[in-house]
Design a protein around this ligand. Structure first.
Ligand code: DER
Length: 264
C-alpha cells in the first residue's frame, strides 16, 4: 500500500507543480508524506519558484520543516496555487470523506483557499459511493462544550417534558413540533450511531490541533453528501465536517498493480 501511495503522490506532484508554482498547501496523513518527499526531490534537482508551503496540522508543519521546504502560514498566503491532501474515501464525483487523522478543519480551510485541490490516495479509498469502504463514519469536529448535546439529541435520549407526553408516555405531536422542529430535520441525519473518538495513547478523547473533539457519525452509504454536509454543518457546536464536497479537482489513486488511476 505504501508503494501505491508513493506512486499516486509522485504522479500528482509531477503533474501539478510547475516551474511557476509559488504556494502549495500540504495536507495531513500518511499519503501526503510522499508528496513532500517528491517536492523536496524536485526542489533539489530543479529551479522551482516555490515560495511557501502552507500546513494543515502540526504533522504537516513538521513534514515541511524536516524536508527543508519553505514553511509559511495561510495568513501570509491566503491564495494557494495548489493543495495536495489524502482522503479516507473518494466517490465518483470527487466528494471525499476526510478526517481519519482528525485534521479536517485546517485541511478544508486550506483546500478552500487553493485554486486546485488534488487528492492522493491508494486504491482502498477509491469508491463509487461514500460509505462503501470507509466504515469509521464521517468525522465531525465539535467544540468540547457541545459533544454531549449533539450525541444525546442525536440518540433522542433527551426526555421531553411531561406536558408534551400522552398519558401512556408516548411523545405527543406537539413534542416533535416544539422540541425537535428546530433541530429535528438537522439531527435526524445523525441517527447513525455517532461516537466520541477516544485517544489510544492518551487518556480521554482525541483533541484536535484546534483544541476540539471529534465525533464519528456512521451514515452507511451516503448518496447525497452535499445535502448531508449542509445538515451537519448547520448544527450548533459542529465546527467542521469531514465531508469535502465539490472541492477536489483531481484524484490520483495508486493501484495494487503498480499503476496510477486518475479521476477529475
Ligand atoms: O485526516 C485526514 O483528513 C487525512 O488526510 C486522511 O483523510 C487520509 O489519511 P491517509 O493518507 O493516512 O490515508
Amino acid at each position: 500500500v505504501a508503494e501505491a501511495k508513493r506512486k499516486a503522490s509522485y504522479a500528482a506532484i509531477n503533474e501539478h507543480v510547475t516551474a511557476d508554482t509559488k504556494v502549495i498547501g500540504i495536507g495531513s496523513g500518511s499519503t501526503v508524506v510522499f508528496c513532500v518527499e517528491r517536492l523536496a526531490q524536485r526542489m533539489k534537482s530543479e529551479s522551482l519558484s516555490l515560495q511557501a508551503c502552507i500546513p494543515t496540522s502540526f504533522q504537516a508543519k513538521q513534514l515541511i520543516i524536516e524536508a527543508g521546504l519553505p514553511l509559511s502560514e495561510l495568513n501570509q498566503h491566503p491564495t494557494i496555487d495548489v493543495a495536495f491532501d489524502g482522503a479516507d474515501e473518494v466517490d465518483t464525483s470527487l466528494n471525499c470523506i476526510k478526517g481519519g487523522g482528525a485534521c479536517q478543519l485546517q485541511e478544508k480551510l486550506v483546500a478552500s483557499c487553493a485554486k486546485k485541490f488534488v487528492i492522493v490516495a491508494d486504491y482502498r479509498k477509491d469508491s463509487t459511493v461514500l460509505g462503501q469502504q470507509w466504515k469509521n463514519g464521517v468525522p465531525l469536529e465539535v467544540i468540547p462544550m457541545a459533544y454531549v448535546s449533539i450525541l444525546e439529541v442525536a440518540y433522542g435520549t433527551i426526555h421531553p417534558p411531561h406536558y408534551l407526553l400522552f398519558p401512556n408516555g408516548a411523545p405527543s405531536p406537539t413534542y416533535h413540533y416544539t422540541f425537535f422542529s428546530t433541530h429535528f430535520q438537522k439531527l435526524k441525519a445523525l441517527g447513525g450511531k455517532p461516537t466520541l473518538r477516544m485517544a489510544t495513547r492518551k487518556a480521554g478523547p482525541v483533541v484536535t490541533d484546534n483544541g476540539n473533539f471529534v465525533i464519528d457519525a456512521d451514515f452507511g452509504n451516503i448518496k447525497d453528501p452535499v445535502a448531508l454536509e449542509k445538515d451537519l454543518i448547520s448544527i450548533p457546536g459542529i465546527v467542521e465536517t469531514g465531508l469535502f464536497c465539490n472541492m477536489a479537482t483531481w484524484a490520483y489513486f495508486g493501484m495494487d498493480n503498480g499503476e496510477v488511476k486518475t479521476r477529475k
